[in-house]
Design a protein. Structure first.
Length: 287
């Protein structure tokens, strides 16, 4: 559902908050300008959550972009509470999830949320109850599609017995492929796979990450990491986040990079601390 427009790189709004993803950033106007620049550059998928701030990112999206252009998918999430910077706790009580949806509708100033994720499965509440209330709200026309975040393959399969799952957002990048089984399941079932931390929270943007290969072929490490994701699977729709317009445009340019199968292997070897080509110093051809 998220890649039908052909522009598969979206924008993640988690970085448009203060330290620890808490409160407002130092420059709110710059945060909103990045959102405007993303849409102007052709981004059609913006990812957010009520827990970012909390409530900060959703507010900026409305202030910067409302009324929203046709074709823009805004995905948000609920089910995590915040206790302070870098502190999160799940709450999946049906009455709380309903409140989350209603408040996100108000903050985003929409009548229907295109894609709504259960931000975390609450182990203290039956999954059927958590998804049941979202399914009810969907039937009321307030949610378009239901997604899940940070789930195991077992949880995803169980969720599928209760409701149709349109998207999964799990941590996934070159250096962390623990969700490979979830990705493969998404491919087989037509579910969009939206990797969060596609640049490993900035670790894959440094010269020490993929820098040498990137320099040899005149791309940045971030672009190489995002291009790898786009080539890894057609189900993947990355949502790199940034508070910089310059970095935004750098990230979006990754869709222009074409990688061969040999290049994919070379990048994976470097990301795991090995030399490509079976120990050879020169990388395989990338472009």
């Amino acid at each position: 559902m998220l890649s039908s427009s052909g522009r598969r790189i979206g924008f993640g709004s988690m970085q448009l908050t203060g330290p620890g993803h808490w409160a407002a950033p130092d420059d709110p106007e710059q945060a909103m300008q990045v959102l405007r620049d993303a849409v102007d550059a052709g981004v059609t998928h913006i990812d957010t959550a009520d827990a970012y701030g909390p409530f900060t990112a959703e507010k900026y999206i409305r202030k910067a972009l409302h009324p929203y252009p046709d074709g823009l998918v805004i995905a948000t999430k609920g089910g995590l509470t915040r206790q302070g910077p870098d502190r999160w706790a799940p709450c999946g009580r049906p009455e709380y999830l309903r409140q989350c949806v209603e408040m996100s509708l108000r903050r985003l100033q929409v009548e229907r949320i295109d894609l709504y994720y259960l931000h975390r499965i609450d182990p203290a509440v039956p999954l059927e109850d958590q998804l049941g209330v979202l399914r009810d709200i969907q039937a009321e026309g307030k949610i378009g599609n239901i997604g899940l975040s940070k789930v195991t393959l077992e949880q995803l399969r169980m969720a599928g017995t209760f409701t149709a799952v349109a998207a999964v957002s799990n941590k996934y990048n070159i250096a962390d492929r623990a969700s490979e089984d979830v990705l493969r399941h998404c491919e087989m079932t037509g579910i969009s796979f939206v990797p969060y931390a596609p640049l490993a929270a900035g670790a894959l943007t440094t010269p020490d990450a993929l820098g040498q290969i990137a320099q040899d072929y005149d791309v940045t490490p971030a672009q190489l990491a995002l291009a790898w994701l786009l080539h890894r699977s057609s189900a993947i729709t990355p949502i790199p986040g940034t508070s910089s317009s310059a970095r935004l445009h750098e990230n979006l340019a990754a869709h222009q990079i074409s990688l061969t199968p040999e290049a994919m292997t070379a990048i994976e070897l470097v990301a795991t601390g090995q030399k490509p080509g079976g120990g050879e110093d020169e990388p395989q051809a990338l472009l």
